[in-house]
Design a protein around this ligand. Structure first.
Ligand code: SMG
Ligand code: MG
Length: 379
């Protein structure tokens, strides 16, 4: 296995930068509609090399308890001071989780700073994320996540456009009142061979097993996170009532949580998002424990900019990522990305970056033009 420790770097400064990026179209899930993202980027300056990390928390605490303003606070007042205090600011990405362990949860914040440290270290030694994490593929198939729409007609038009673009798998967001009918219509219009899955973002209850079993006739790849994140037992109950495989997203907050959910029969597929589990290194551990148990995984998305997108592609190229992920092109969400090489769709696939670190460079002029605030902390 690669992924061995890389040389620690001395952190000279950390910049917390907030940007505002409008989405090309509103994105509606069972918990709300987003039209723009307020994104927190973390830049570490370490021994003359920069490293970037992206915090995936949303504007509001709706996907999970984390939200961008709180992430900025905990990074500024609790996480970064602990890193500066460790060995006079000398840290390696592999030490970050341990150093930050006394601070409970806040995984998206921890993941963002760990990513920035890892990016700096890998740039310093000329290695890329893919090699470091253990990637085995140069390109990965690209799936797209489609929000809840105002009408089924609008959904059909949108899905048709993504299929024309070449996406090889469609994920539809569902909620009570927007499930059986829209799926039936998508199957009727586009046929049974389109790889299709649904994501409920916790919108159902333990009583909905029989209702969700009506989705079985559509041959879906999986149903993602039907119940609240802390209801692992409920998912095990639903998994017995529904023929379609149950996949967990929000519930999987660590490798330990993944083992627990798998052993309790709550899921047979796992969605991995680095931010949700506290960073790319824990994400690799989740990948590994799932692989050891024969459970396939796929890479989730959190409407990332080109920074998080590039890192996600490295992760999605690991061997047990055998299910197509939410690794769409930058243009799926952004009119213009903040990096020099936005993710592009090529025959339904996206290319894993190969340059050092996360493999993309910041478009500084554009980044500055969308920046809403910057705080610099010096060690
Ligand atoms: O980045 O392609 C993407 C978005 C994928 O649907 C997506 N993410 O629960 O999986 C999920 C959602 C979470 C984000 S909604 C704010
Ligand atoms: Mg999800």
């Amino acid at each position: 296995m690669p992924r061995e420790d890389v040389t620690p770097l001395r952190l000279d400064a950390v910049e917390l930068r907030r940007i505002e990026l409008p989405l090309v179209s509103p994105f509606r899930t069972s918990f709300g509609t987003e039209t723009a993202r307020d994104i927190l980027l973390v830049r570490v300056v370490a021994e003359d090399v920069d490293g970037w990390g992206e915090c995936v928390a949303g504007n509001e605490p709706l996907y999970s308890s984390e939200y961008v303003e709180a992430c900025q606070h905990v990074l500024q007042h609790h996480l970064i001071p602990r890193l500066f205090a460790h060995d006079r600011g000398r840290v390696s990405a592999q030490q970050v989780a341990k150093i930050l362990e006394p601070v409970k949860d806040h995984r998206m914040s921890k993941g963002a700073i760990e990513a920035a440290v890892l990016d700096a270290q890998l740039r310093a030694c000329g290695t890329n994320f893919a090699t470091h994490l253990g990637a085995v593929r140069a390109t990965v198939p690209s799936g797209v996540s489609v929000g809840i729409m105002d009408s089924i007609d609008q959904l059909v038009t949108t899905v048709g456009r993504y299929l024309d673009d070449g996406y090889v798998r469609i994920k539809l967001k569902i909620e009570p009142g927007w499930d059986i009918e829209p799926i039936a219509e998508i199957r009727r219009v586009f046929g049974d061979s389109v790889p299709l899955q649904v994501d409920a973002n916790t919108a159902y209850t333990r009583d909905d097993g029989a209702h969700l079993a009506q989705l079985d006739r559509f041959g879906l790849l999986l149903i993602e996170q039907p119940l609240p994140e802390d209801d692992v037992t409920g998912h095990a109950i639903i998994a017995r009532e529904v023929g379609t495989p149950i996949c967990l997203d929000e519930s999987i907050t660590s490798a330990e949580a993944a083992i627990d959910a798998i052993e309790r029969g709550a899921c047979s597929i796992v969605n991995i998002k680095a931010g949700r589990v506290g960073g790319y290194l824990e994400a690799v551990r989740v990948h590994d424990v799932c692989a050891e148990r024969g459970v396939p995984v796929w890479c989730g998305g959190m409407l990332e900019t080109g920074i998080g997108r590039a890192m996600n592609l490295a992760l999605a190229a690991l061997p047990n990522f055998t299910v197509t992920g939410d690794v769409s092109a930058s243009e799926r969400f952004w009119a213009r990305d903040i990096v020099d090489e936005p993710v592009r769709l090529n025959d339904g696939h996206v290319t894993v970056p190969t340059r050092p670190g996360c493999g993309v460079e910041i478009d500084q002029e554009f980044l500055d033009s969308v920046t809403t605030s910057t705080v610099t902390l010096a060690s």
